[in-house]
Design a protein around this ligand. Structure first.
Ligand SMILES: [Zn+2]
Length: 123
């Protein structure tokens, strides 16, 4: 159950609906207000992290529906979701019951990662 650490609350809210609804319904923009608390970073950092949190929640939903994590964004129907700073798609590793997503920003400090459901910026 380690994958259900940080984002389980969010996922539980949408899980039952997502498994039965059209994929298009759950690929809308990042969850509004998710990363609103101030943390000293600029808005693209907040937006990027909200994107990654949203992608991670969708990945957990994908896992619940398919018994494994997705190989890439496209498999979740989320192709084209990019970091707002570098405009590149997120790096994703999905292996059976392990999932990792990282901001592709090519310079430091990047926007962090979500390692098996745990966001690096929350540690
Ligand atoms: Zn980013």
């Amino acid at each position: 159950m380690r994958s259900f650490t940080v984002i389980s609350g969010l996922v539980l809210l949408v899980l039952s609906a997502a498994c039965t609804s059209n994929v298009d319904d759950i690929t809308s923009p990042a969850v509004p207000g998710l990363m609103e608390k101030g943390n000293g970073f600029d808005s693209t950092t907040d937006e990027c992290r909200a994107n990654m949190t949203y992608i991670a929640s969708q990945a957990v939903i994908f896992f619940a529906c398919n018994g494994r994590y997705p190989d890439d964004l496209e498999e979740m129907g989320m192709a084209g979701v990019v970091c707002p700073a570098c405009m590149e798609e997120y790096d994703i590793i999905g292996i059976d019951d392990y999932f990792y997503i990282e901001c592709p920003l090519p310079f430091s400090p990047d926007h962090g990662n979500i390692d098996d459901g745990v966001a690096s910026w929350l540690e």
